[in-house]
Ligand binder design. Structure first.
Ligand code: COA
Length: 568
């Protein structure tokens, strides 16, 4: 079928559905919801059998839902209505929540139900729940709905006839409802409030005399003080007392500042933070563990963004891990992202974004080089979460890439203003995918699921275990104990020497960085413009033709009557 994804942005859930539906043989095209006229035009050009709206902020135009079956994904159980579904579920401390796929009609979230799924809540941020539980539930429910619709013999269930359904219509959550009352709120409440608004919109609060938005909050066990007081800082975190303890806050946004986007707390507060006492015990972004002869390096950078200092710290931790008497080293990234490459927010906020881009890419490259030249142990990148741009190639620098089945990779750079990219991708991608495939991947600029990534050599194994980390540990321990380990290491050493003799790694880096230098310092400002738009979240005014098939010059509008039964 032709399925049109109508989206506010091509976000992680939309990308995952795009990948899953294409894998099942459907033809997908994407249209950003810019205005009604463009949406109607997209429908007219693409003639979709189904319209799917996984992430929309406005109603679908009536002429579209009246003439086409439009499936809407609502991140709440049947009967729940309104734009802040997941935020409210976290705030209310729900233990179980759900996702519903409805057919759009004149009542927002009030249409008949095609499918739904429920899930257990975890005590994490809204965006983490969205990237894991909501996404898995939405994929299952959408696939069920699409199959039912395609079969043609089933109808959606009107809400009035859904067993046990109670309509709960709730408006947009306002900042007043999110506000933290430092004198009264205990730690659990403060954490719930901040997590329910992370990554968007954040919780508005007053800190050091300024109105700021809070993100990235963690408990601070053992610390306490007068409620609301700033107790101290540690690394990038600031510690603030609650009624019964304290929380660490890692990121802030100053909407009125020169850089009105998320940045590390200490960077936003400047002197007000630096004058606070240094404390112990802030969450560690980088952690090392060891078990059964295997080293595990966790690096949970906020949003997977790896700035210069983060890369340098990770390189130091990597080197330290390589001094341990282990034969296998697993690079685990964080629970939500493995890596999204350079930290574009910090680059944007730097006095010279070009200089900071240069420092950052060199720091990522140093890390990639260290991984590539490790010959005394097997390195494994184990992807619990998604990876994008340089993050994908940094993972591919390891000997093996293992992935959780639902992970999405974006192995391309060009969407960031034609950025050329580095991380030794010109060595790694052709080596694993072949020259022709490498070119196709870079040009297509599309998200990729694990099956496709496996087929083109970007992923080696899918770890299907219900608990991904347990599955990784079990496999890694088996590898470390394997009698073949010595011969694997020998083969790895020989291969590296052969490749080095053919063309030294340094030469790939030099060539990539020459192109990056032009991106950063050359006459064409596209990278700086694209980064500015990305960081400032400037809404897209049109859908790029890489996503909008129906807007490509070579698109031929499907003829009328080429298929029957289309309006479910
Ligand atoms: N630097 C800083 N922040 C980043 C980032 C980066 N490299 N990559 C992602 N983020 C942030 C986003 O701004 C967003 O922030 P929010 O919490 O305020 O919403 C959050 O991470 C999630 O990203 P989002 O784009 O919403 O996720 P997605 O799953 O829809 O898309 C990517 C994933 C990787 C396609 C997309 O984030 C992206 O293009 N990132 C930039 C990659 C890049 O060009 N890196 C530099 C070259 S190496």
């Amino acid at each position: 079928m032709r399925i049109l994804l109508l989206v506010h942005a091509f976000n992680s859930l939309s990308q995952r559905l795009f990948v899953e539906l294409r894998r099942r043989g459907h033809q997908l095209s994407v249209e950003f919801d810019v205005n009604d006229a463009l949406t109607c035009e997209a429908v007219e050009l693409f003639q979709p059998h189904l319209v799917l709206a996984p992430f929309l902020k406005r109603a679908i135009p009536e002429s579209v839902w009246r003439n086409h079956c439009c499936l809407v994904v609502h991140p709440g159980p049947p009967g729940d209505r309104g734009p802040s579904a997941l935020d409210r579920a976290i705030l209310e401390g729900r233990k179980e929540w759900g996702v519903t796929v409805l057919q759009a009609n004149q009542v927002l979230d009030g249409g008949p139900i095609w499918a739904s799924r429920s899930f257990q809540m975890r005590e994490v941020t809204k965006s983490s729940l969205y990237r894991h539980e909501v996404t898995e539930a939405a994929v299952a429910a959408v696939l069920e709905a699409v199959e039912k619709w395609e079969a043609g013999d089933q109808r959606p269930v009107p809400q009035g006839r859904w067993p046990g359904l109670v309509v709960r219509e709730r408006p947009l959550l306002r900042q007043e409802e999110r506000a933290i009352h430092w004198q009264q709120d205990d730690t659990a409440t403060v954490l719930r409030k901040i997590r329910s608004a992370d990554g968007f919109p954040g919780v508005r609060d007053r800190l050091a005399g300024r109105e700021l938005y809070l993100y990235d909050a963690h408990p601070a066990p053992g610390l306490s003080g007068p409620p609301g007081a700033l107790l101290g800082r540690s690394g990038e975190f600031l510690c603030r007392a609650t009624r019964d303890g304290a929380v660490w806050i890692g990121h802030l946004r100053d909407p009125l500042g020169a850089n009105p986007f998320k940045l590390p707390t200490v960077q936003v507060l400047g002197e007000a933070a630096l004058s606070l006492p240094e404390l112990e015990g802030a969450p560690r972004r980088i952690r090392y563990q060891e078990a059964d002869g295997v080293g595990y390096l966790h690096f949970a950078f906020y949003n997977g963004a790896m700035g210069t200092e983060a890369c340098q710290a990770l390189l130091a931790a990597y080197r330290e891990a390589c001094r341990r008497p282990t034969r296998v080293l697993v690079l685990l990234g964080g629970p939500d992202f493995w890596s999204n490459g350079m930290d574009l927010n910090r680059i944007e906020a730097a006095p010279s974004p070009a200089d900071e881009s240069w420092r950052n890419i060199n720091a990522v490259d140093d890390l990639a080089e260290a991984i590539l030249t490790t010959t005394d142990r097997i390195t494994i990148a184990a992807l619990q979460g998604n990876a994008g741009a340089g993050g994908v190639f940094l993972a591919r620098a390891a000997d093996r890439v293992w992935a959780r089945p639902g992970v999405i990779l974006n192995p391309h750079y060009k969407d960031m203003g034609n950025l050329y990219g580095s991380e030794y991708w010109t060595y790694l991608l052709p080596r694993h995918a072949g020259e022709a495939q490498a070119r196709r991947i870079m040009e297509a600029r599309l998200p990729m699921g694990v099956e496709e990534a496996q087929a083109c050599g970007l992923v080696d194994e899918r770890v299907e275990a219900p608990d991904f980390l347990a599955g990784v540990r079990e496999r890694a321990a088996r590898l470390a104990a394997s009698p073949e380990l010595a011969s694997l290491l020998e083969a790895k050493r020989r291969e590296r020497e052969r490749d080095e003799a053919k063309r030294p790694l340094a030469s790939y880096r030099t060539q990539e960085l020459e192109r990056m230098r032009l991106n950063f310092y050359g006459f064409d400002p596209s990278y700086h413009v694209a980064r500015h738009h990305f960081v400032h979240k400037v809404p897209k005014a049109r859908t790029p033709p890489t996503l909008a098939l129906h807007r490509r010059l070579d698109w031929t509008k499907p003829g009328h009557g080429d298929e029957e039964r289309r309006h479910g």
